[in-house]
Design a protein. Structure first.
Length: 418
């Protein structure tokens, strides 16, 4: 556990709101086109802090302002020759982030240092190192299924090193926030005290996807993305996500081919960009399904809500996730969901109520789920209602209150967390 906060920070919290240093990946990716008011609500949970100093690592596209009323962004980049390995660049960036955090800790007298988004192995290690150096409490955030992620993306040597980093972090952070119940076990088995781990889901901008698009928006999106050209009686399947191996688009395409054998009216739309776009196009041709698959590329939120409404069901059978934002968005838009049969997504999607589960390692299982939903209009209608689904549990306001309670508890050094 971290040492108690210094006296200057403790005295400050007695007379005013505390300040916090928050470390994350690119701020621009999270801020998007948010207004200044929305940024304040999102990054200063429950308006609980006098100032939130965001150390934005890997920030390459920050063109908007960096200072708001209480939110102040400190963008970090590392420029190195192209031949320097990516992991070495990451280590240099972590070292730079640690120096910046220490400088802010001296100049801004914060009461807490937190890692908010991204993996703690990259964004949280500077938090814990700096917090211990200056005697401040620290909070880590777990946003993915890191156990499965390591099995999918790390070599044996890197996995060995990562395990030792996890144990270092979990034994020294003051509090740990996990977006799912799975994360609790991941942390405690690696040395975190059970009382230090809280489950707090990600917060979502519910209004964007809850509000139906206008008729003109729907018509424009239907023409632009190809829905208007579908034949009468067509059933459209949608996947939204970055085109990387973890998203299992290959497996879902194999399942789609299986489902097409019984449903000649089935079409598949894939939203997202990434390094696997061209290999996936080639794979669709290899499978002979290229005429039924549409790769739409990146679609911004303003148009994505129309794409959700134009589709009949969502397929999101990925190899690992934390709390998938896409699933919540699709459910708000009234889409039945086919998802993986493990992890945090199963804490959201109830089988036969919100959709169906499938095994991401088994294209036959994926195809069966697709075929069943495609062929059962009554099930699709029933699952589209998402009866009993409490979307407010993910609202910025409710999650912000819980985040603020967690942070203030870490500052006080007690066990009181909402």
């Amino acid at each position: 556990m971290s040492s108690p906060a210094p006296e200057h920070a403790a005295s400050k919290t007695a007379t005013a709101k505390p300040s916090v240093i928050a470390v994350m990946g690119p701020f621009s990716r999270r801020a998007g086109s948010k207004s200044a008011t929305a940024i304040e609500a999102f990054f200063n949970p429950a308006n609980a802090f006098e100032a939130v100093h965001i150390v934005s690592m890997d920030e390459l596209a920050l063109t908007a302002r960096t200072h708001y009323r209480s939110v102040h962004v400190h963008p970090l980049t590392i420029r190195t020759p192209a031949f320097v390995p990516r992991r070495v660049v990451g280590l240099l960036l972590m070292a730079k982030a640690t120096r910046v955090i220490l400088s802010l800790a001296r100049s801004e007298t914060p009461s807490l240092i937190v890692q908010t988004f991204g993996t703690p192995l990259k964004f949280g290690l500077p938090v814990v190192l700096a917090a211990r150096r200056v005697g401040l409490p620290s909070v880590l955030s777990l946003h993915s299924d890191y156990g499965r992620a390591m099995r999918w993306t790390y070599s044996l040597g890197l996995r060995w090193l990562a395990e030792r980093c996890w144990r270092y972090l979990f034994r020294r952070a003051t509090r740990i926030r996990s977006v799912s119940g799975d994360g609790v076990g991941f942390a405690t088995v690696r040395g975190a005290a059970p009382s230090a781990v809280s489950v707090i889901p990600n917060k979502e901008e519910l209004s964007t996807f809850r509000a139906p698009p206008s008729e003109s928006e729907l018509q424009n999106a239907a023409r632009r993305f190809g829905y208007a050209a579908l034949p009468e009686g067509a059933v459209s399947l949608l996947t939204v996500g970055r085109l990387i191996a973890a998203k299992n688009i290959d497996g879902m395409m194999l399942g789609f081919k299986e489902a097409m054998r019984d449903h000649s009216n089935l079409y598949y739309f894939v939203v997202g960009d990434g390094p696997r776009l061209e290999p996936l196009r080639a794979f669709a041709q290899e499978l002979g399904i290229e005429s039924r698959v549409r790769f739409l590329g990146f679609v911004d939120h303003a148009e994505l809500r129309s794409v959700y409404r134009l589709s009949d069901m969502l397929a999101f059978v990925t190899h690992y996730e934390g709390q998938p934002r896409v699933v919540v968005e699709a459910m708000l838009a009234g889409l039945p969901v086919i998802c993986s049969n493990f992890g945090q997504v199963t804490e959201i999607v109830r089988p036969e109520i919100d959709g169906l589960w499938a095994d991401p390692s088994d294209p036959g299982s994926i195809g069966d789920a697709m075929a069943r939903l495609a062929g059962d209009a009554q099930l699709r209608v029933r699952a589209s209602r998402h009866e009993g689904f409490d979307a407010e549990q993910f609202s910025i306001e409710r999650i912000g209150e819980r985040e603020a309670a967690l942070y203030l508890s870490a500052i006080r050094g007690d066990g009181t967390v909402l």
